[in-house]
Write a protein that binds this ligand. Structure first.
Ligand code: SF4
Length: 185
C-alpha cells in the first residue's frame, strides 16, 4: 500500500503540498493542537458517518473504505445510496467548490465503480444551509478529468526539496504555519 495516495491528499496537495507531510507527521494524535475551529467543526460534520449512525438502511453505505487500483487511491466515502446511485460528500458549510473537493469526489466515484457499484450522481451537501451541489461525472467534464489525472501525477512526481511556496495568503490561513519552515510569514 506504500504507493497509494490518500484521497484526502488530493485537496491538501492543491492547497499546499507541504501540508501532506504535516498531516502524516502529526496524524490524529495532535488533531486538537493543529486544527483550527473550522476544521474541527468540519470533522464533527462527519462524526455521525464515522460512527455509522446516519442511517441504518442496508442500501446506504456510510464511511466505508474504498480503493481505486487504477489510480492508486485509497480513502473513505461519506455516504453512498446504493439504490439510487447517489454519492454524497457532506461538508459543514460550502462557500466555494474547490477543484480539490471535486477530485476527492471523483476518487470516491472511481473506487466505487471499480468495486462494482453503479454511481449515477455525485454531489456535495452543505450542512449549515442544507444545500446540495450536483457535480458533473468525470465522463461529463473532460477538463476536470484531465486536471484530476494531472494532479495525481503531480503528487507522485512531487519533490519536497524542490518546492518553494509563493503564495503568502495560503500560509496566512494555514494551520501548520507555526511549525512550517517553508512558510512565507
Ligand atoms: S505554512 Fe505555507 S508552505 Fe507551510 S504548509 Fe502551510 S501553506 Fe504550505
Amino acid at each position: 500500500m506504500d504507493d497509494y495516495i490518500l484521497i484526502s491528499w488530493l485537496n491538501d496537495f492543491i492547497f499546499c503540498p507541504v501540508s501532506i507531510y504535516f498531516h502524516q507527521l502529526y496524524g490524529n494524535k495532535e488533531t486538537l493542537l493543529y486544527q483550527n475551529s473550522d476544521q474541527i467543526s468540519g470533522k464533527a460534520a462527519h462524526k455521525t458517518v464515522d460512527e455509522k449512525c446516519y442511517s441504518t438502511r442496508k442500501d446506504v453505505l456510510q464511511g466505508i473504505s474504498v480503493v481505486s487500483e487504477k489510480y492508486g487511491l485509497v480513502g473513505k466515502i461519506d455516504i453512498f445510496d446504493v439504490a439510487n446511485g447517489v454519492l454524497t460528500e457532506r461538508k459543514k458549510r460550502i462557500v466555494n467548490i474547490y477543484d480539490g473537493y471535486v477530485f476527492q469526489l471523483y476518487a470516491q466515484y472511481f473506487a466505487l465503480m471499480e468495486m462494482g457499484y453503479t454511481v449515477s450522481n455525485i454531489r456535495f451537501h452543505s450542512m449549515d444551509d442544507n444545500k446540495n451541489y450536483d457535480i458533473l461525472l468525470p465522463c461529463e467534464d473532460h477538463i476536470m478529468s484531465v486536471k484530476f489525472e494531472s494532479t495525481i501525477k503531480a503528487i507522485r512526481d512531487f519533490s519536497l526539496d524542490d518546492f518553494q511556496q509563493t503564495n503568502i495568503k495560503k500560509c496566512q490561513r494555514c494551520i501548520y504555519e507555526p511549525a512550517c519552515d517553508r512558510g512565507l510569514i
